[in-house]
Design a protein around this ligand. Structure first.
Ligand code: NAD
Length: 473
């Protein structure tokens, strides 16, 4: 029986390994992590991450051919194939700080593999890594005195899942990319990995390339997607300045078959743990290769995204008579997108911090993000009320600068303004008349996801700002 070990039980490692276990009942899959709390959550009824369909897949396989453990060394020792899905964040200090990928976790995993292995292994890069990382890993593995007689094959098999649709993406991927050495051993290793995916992925969707193309393709993929969002967001600013409507521009663009409809929604900006990190990494790689002009091109994608977030905050403040000091603003949605509990690099952090910088009081509701997470992201403790009495929200419960509440009606009660920051479906079906009745007047709506019916809201009496559309009079 083939044994697989997945190192890293996060947003990628957990769902990916669970789907392999589901689709390959004859393979034993062990998912390991150094985080005890994460592993105990994977072994409980409350999984550490929220993804539609994940619980069902885990429940089907856990205890059969899927297990979660902190005994990293045991399962690496036993495995034939090792998927490494550890985090590769942006370096915070030292050479390349603020841009380059921090490969500490990867290096530590590779050294551990070299230390404990007693048999040949296929080591797979699932994490997003800089191009030519496999070269470094090979050095670590083959120069370890412990591993002298062991043969390693390194493959790049980047993950293209999107949070919020991870299970769907894994069950029905548009492509699986496998990069490997083009010598006989490398080709053999590629064949073995292909055989695993062949359990459920049609052959024509499995692409094989050399190692460097596969590594670079993942960075390129995220950079292209983020660039599309920044492109439409840049257009949204121009729409507001000229009277064009970004949704109409998007529609026109989407009908061009060479462009297509996806990733054309203007918004408050992109977030998530990957886009910014991977573009910064791409920028660093370009600069390291003396390609500063190319680096500058990709830097603009991030700059436009930052501009979009600050433009939104600016719009909220200027619309509300140039100050939000002492005003209660309801924040609906905090996750970086719908159907995930992930708040890494969510635009909500920048927007909330911007509003707090202008002394607003925030009442935040997200259906999946915990209060602890929001307080951590905003790094705010309770602050005592010290604002002019005529602006003080009426609810006696509002005493802290940031309140996290249990539903949208509570969040909006006595609020002066309402910001939609995540496109949760439930925000479409709120009773906005009830919300309006309970808000201070004039009542403002700032739709950072362009998901609400502006005409209906205006009919109710709201003053509405949505991105890339003409302003309310
Ligand atoms: P994550 O932080 O959720 O998970 C990483 C896990 O690895 C953590 O639980 C951590 O404890 C564990 N870990 C770190 N070092 C370890 C070690 N030496 N041994 C055992 N466990 C270790 O990260 P993620 O979101 O799952 O992302 C993982 C990688 O996948 C990153 O490179 C990311 O860029 C890439 N990726 C992420 C997504 C996404 O949507 N999140 C999509 C595609 C690719």
């Amino acid at each position: 029986m083939v044994k697989i070990c997945g190192i890293g039980a996060g947003y990628v490692g957990g769902p990916t390994m669970a789907v392999i276990a589901l689709k390959c009942p004859s393979i034993e899959v062990a998912v390991v992590d150094i985080s005890h709390s994460r592993i105990s959550a994977w072994n409980s009824n409350k999984l550490p991450i929220y993804e539609p369909g994940l619980e069902e897949v885990v429940n089907q396989c856990r205890g059969k051919n899927l297990l979660f453990s902190t005994d990293v060394e045991k399962h690496v020792y036993e495995a034939d194939i090792i998927f490494v899905s550890v985090n590769t964040p942006t370096k915070v200090r030292g050479l390349g700080a603020g841009k380059a990928a921090d490969l500490t976790y990867w290096e530590s995993a590779a050294r551990m593999i070299a230390d404990v292995s007693k048999s040949n292994k296929i080591v797979i890069e699932k994490s997003t890594v800089p191009v030519r990382t496999a070269e470094a890993i090979e050095k670590i593995l083959t120069h370890n005195t412990n591993s002298k007689d062991i043969k390693y094959q390194i493959l790049s098999n980047p993950e293209f899942l999107s949070e919020g649709t991870a299970i769907q993406d894994l069950l029905n991927p548009d492509r699986v990319l496998i990069g490997g050495n083009q010598d006989p051993e490398g080709i053999e290793a590629i064949k073995k990995l292909k055989a695993i995916y062949a359990h459920w992925v049609p052959e024509d969707r499995i692409i094989t390339t050399n190692l460097w193309s596969a590594e670079l393709s993942k960075l390129a993929d995220n950079a292209f997607l983020a660039q599309r969002i920044s492109s439409i967001n840049a257009m949204s600013a121009l729409c507001e300045a000229t009277g064009a409507e970004v949704s109409q521009v998007s529609l026109a663009l989407s009908k061009n078959t060479k462009i297509g409809p996806k990733f054309l929604n203007a918004s408050v900006g992109f977030g998530g743990s990957c886009f910014q990190k991977d573009i910064l990494n791409l920028v660093y790689i370009c600069e390291s290769n003396g390609l500063s002009e190319v680096a500058n091109y990709w830097k603009e994608v991030i700059k436009v995204n930052d501009y979009q977030k600050s433009r939104f905050v600016h719009r909220v403040v200027t619309s509300m008579f140039n100050t939000v000091s002492g005003k209660k603003i309801a924040i609906l949605g905090f996750a970086f997108k719908k159907d995930t509990s992930d708040t890494r690099k969510t635009p909500a952090i920048d927007v909330c911090k911007g509003l707090l910088g202008d002394n607003a009081f925030l009442s935040i509701y997200d259906p999946r993000v915990t209060e602890m997470q929001i307080q951590k992201d905003l790094s705010m403790d309770g602050v005592e009320w010290d604002h002019p009495i005529h602006l003080q929200p009426k609810s006696s419960s509002v005493v802290k600068q940031v309140n996290v509440v249990g539903d949208a009606y509570e969040a909006t009660r006595d609020a002066h303004g309402l910001c939609i920051l995540t496109e949760w479906e439930e925000f479409k079906t709120i009773d906005y008349q009830r919300v309006y009745d309970n808000m201070e007047k004039p009542a403002f709506v700032f739709d950072g996801r362009n998901m609400l019916n502006v005409d209906k809201l205006r009919e109710i009496g709201f003053i509405v700002y949505s991105i890339g559309r003409p302003l309310d009079q």
